[in-house]
Design a protein around this ligand. Structure first.
Ligand SMILES: Nc1ncnc2c1ncn2[C@@H]1O[C@H](COP(=O)(O)OP(=O)(O)O)[C@@H](O)[C@H]1O
Ligand SMILES: [Mg+2]
Length: 498
C-alpha cells in the first residue's frame, strides 16, 4: 500500500525521545505538557522517509536516577519552608526533568518509502527522530487507505471515524464488554447503517430491544422504518410442519429436548408413515404416537416433548415457509428482528434451531441473499453444535455472524481464533480480559491496559474494519427508539415522586 500523503513536518521540534524498545513495545520519554496523550491515541516517530506508527497504551513516571533523594530533599525543604538560591535559573530545568513521563506505546506499523511493512526491523534514531501526535484518520489513511464502503460509527479523538463495512461482510465479528457499556447500542448503529446501505440482516433479539430500530426517537419514521420487520414467533412468525421436515424436527427433539435415541427412531417411523399417506398434521402425529404399538416409556418420552413443541403454536399444519417471505419483500435491504424476549427457554431454542436451518437451506439454494446474523448472548439459545456450524458451514453459505456478549468466556475459543473484528467495550475483571487474549489480532497487553479505562459508549475497534490496527472510538447516536432498558424499581419510584 502506498502512503496517501507525505508526512507533514512536525509543527515544532519533537520533544519526545525514544527511550527503549522491547519486542513491540516502545517507551518514549516526554517532558511535562508533551505527555497529555490519552490511551489509544497514535504517535509517529519519523526519520527521513521512514516512520514508526505507535499507539499509546499507558503513561508512567520516568525512572530518574537519584529521584528518591530528590523527593526527600524536596520534602525536607518544604517542611523547613526554605527557598533555594538559584542564581543560574536551573530550577525550571531540573523541575522539568523530574516531572518527565514515560509513554508506553505499541508498534502498529512501519512505513518505509510510502509502503507499510509489517515485519520491518527498522527503528529510528533515538536522537534525531521526530515524534509527534497523529490523528487516527491519518494513521488509517496510511495503513488501510480509504474505506471501500465507509460507515460512520462515531468519532475518534474529536474526528469522525468511518469503518469499512465491506470488511464486516463475510467476516466474523465479536462485540463484547460489561453490561451497560454500549454493546447493543453499537450493534444497532452497525445494523442501522448496514441496512440503510441495502444489506440484509437477521437479529436474534433476546431482550426485545431491536424491535424499535425502525422508529424515530420522537415516535415517527426514521430512515430505515420501511426495512425493519419484527418477527414474533408463535404470533406472526410460524412455520408449517411439512416445511420444517423430519430432519430439523429430529434435530430439535434431540438437541433442544434431549430426546433419547430409541424414541427418536420411533418418532421418525411414525412421521414417515404419515408423510407417505399424505396425512402429516400436528393432530395426526399426536394421535399416532398415542395409538401406535410401542414401549410405554418411549411413548411417554415422545408425547411429553411433542406436547410442549406443539402447544407453543410455532409449528402449524401445512407447508408454510416464512423465511423467503421475510426476506423477499424488498430488494434494497431488510432487517428481520426475531423477537425471542417473550419465549420460554426451550421454545426459544427451538425457534433458533429452525431459523438457522431454514436460513442455511435458503441461502444454499440462493432464494435469499447473503445476510448478517446478530446473536446476543448466543450461549442462552444456541446449542454447542451450532457454534461451529455458524462459523464454518453457514459462513460459507453467506452468513456474516456478529456475536454480542457480556460474558467473553461463554464464546468458544475457536470463535475467537477465527474472529476478524472485535469491538471491545469496558471490562474490569481479570478473567474476562484473559478470555479476550485468545483473539489473535491484538496483544494481551493492549487489551489489559485499554479495556478497563474505556468509558461507556467508548470502544476499542480491532480487526479488518480498521485496517488491522486497534482504534479507539466513541460510538455515535442514531435516530431510533431505545427499547429494552431494564425496568428499575427506584426509577419508577422517582417518576412517581416527580
Ligand atoms: N453511544 C451511545 N450514544 C447514546 N446512548 C448510548 C450510547 N451507548 C449506549 N447508550 C445508552 O446506554 C444504555 C446502555 O447501553 P446498551 O447498549 O444497552 O449496553 P449493553 O448492551 O452493553 O448492556 C442504553 O440506554 C443505550 O441507549
Ligand atoms: Mg445489551
Amino acid at each position: 500500500m502506498t502512503l496517501a500523503a507525505p508526512f507533514s513536518p512536525p509543527s515544532r521540534p519533537g520533544v519526545m525521545k525514544i527511550l527503549r524498545k522491547s519486542n513491540g513495545t516502545f517507551e518514549i520519554l516526554s517532558l511535562p505538557g508533551d505527555a497529555d496523550l490519552e490511551r489509544g491515541e497514535y504517535i509517529v516517530a519519523v526519520e527521513g522517509k521512514k516512520a514508526l506508527i505507535l499507539e499509546v497504551i499507558d503513561i508512567e513516571y520516568a525512572d530518574i536516577p537519584g529521584l528518591l533523594e530528590d523527593l526527600l530533599r524536596e520534602l525536607t525543604l518544604q517542611n523547613a519552608s526554605v527557598s533555594l538560591f538559584d542564581p543560574h535559573k536551573i530550577g525550571s530545568v531540573t523541575l522539568a526533568i523530574r516531572e518527565s513521563k514515560k509513554i508506553v506505546s505499541k508498534l502498529r506499523a512501519v512505513l518505509s518509502e510510502g509502503e507499510v511493512k509489517s515485519s520491518s526491523l527498522w527503528i529510528p534514531s533515538r536522537f534525531s527522530s521526530k515524534i509527534r501526535r497523529i490523528s487516527t484518520n491519518e494513521v488509517l489513511r496510511h495503513v488501510r487507505g480509504e474505506p471501500l464502503i465507509p460507515i460512520v460509527i462515531g468519532e475518534s479523538f474529536g474526528e469522525q471515524l468511518a469503518i469499512d463495512a465491506s470488511e464486516l461482510d463475510s467476516s466474523l465479528t465479536i462485540i463484547t464488554g460489561r453490561k451497560g457499556t454500549g454493546k447493543s447500542h453499537c450493534t444497532k448503529v452497525l445494523l442501522y447503517e448496514l441496512v440503510k446501505k441495502g444489506c440484509y440482516a437477521l437479529v436474534f433479539d433476546i431482550n426485545g430491544e431491536y424491535c424499535g430500530l425502525g422508529e424515530g426517537k420522537k415516535g415517527g419514521d426514521n430512515e430505515i422504518s420501511e426495512k425493519v420487520v419484527v418477527a414474533r414467533p408463535c404470533v406472526n412468525f410460524k412455520v408449517g410442519l411439512e416445511t420444517i421436515g423430519l430432519e430439523v424436527m429430529l434435530d430439535i427433539l434431540e438437541h433442544v429436548f434431549a430426546t433419547p435415541q430409541n424414541s427418536l427412531r420411533e418418532f421418525a417411523r411414525l412421521w414417515e408413515s404419515l408423510e407417505r399417506e399424505r396425512e402429516l398434521t400436528v393432530e395426526n402425529l399426536l394421535s399416532e404416537v398415542r395409538r401406535a404399538h410401542m414401549n410405554e416409556a418411549i411413548r411417554d418420552a415422545i408425547l411429553s416433548r411433542l406436547q410442549v413443541v406443539f402447544s407453543s403454536g410455532f409449528i402449524i399444519n401445512g407447508d408454510y415457509d416464512p423465511i423467503p417471505e421475510l426476506f423477499g419483500s424488498r430488494e434494497d435491504g431488510i432487517l428481520v428482528v426475531v423477537d425471542l424476549s417473550r419465549l420460554r427457554p426451550m421454545i426459544r431454542r427451538m425457534v433458533v434451531e429452525y431459523v438457522l436451518s431454514g436460513v442455511s437451506q435458503h441461502l444454499s439454494d440462493g432464494s435469499i441473499p447473503p445476510l448478517f446474523l446478530v446473536s446476543e448472548e448466543a450461549h442462552l439459545y444456541v446449542g454447542e453444535t451450532y457454534w461451529e456450524d455458524i462459523v464454518t458451514r453457514m459462513r460459507h453459505l453467506g452468513i456474516s455472524p456478529i456475536f454480542v456478549s457480556n460474558q467473553p468466556d461463554s464464546i468458544p475459543e475457536t470463535i475467537y481464533r477465527q474472529a476478524d473484528n472485535l469491538f471491545l467495550f469496558n471490562f474490569l475483571n481479570e478473567n474476562d480480559l484473559e478470555s479476550l487474549s485468545k483473539f489473535s489480532h491484538v496483544d494481551a497487553e493492549t487489551v489489559k491496559s485499554i479495556a478497563p479505562s474505556l468509558e461507556p459508549g467508548q470502544t476499542l475497534v480491532i480487526g479488518k474494519v480498521v485496517g488491522n490496527i486497534p482504534v479507539l472510538a466513541r460510538i455515535r447516536d442514531i435516530d431510533a427508539k431505545v427499547l429494552g432498558n431494564t425496568k428499575k424499581f427506584f426509577k419508577t419510584l422517582e417518576t412517581k415522586i416527580q
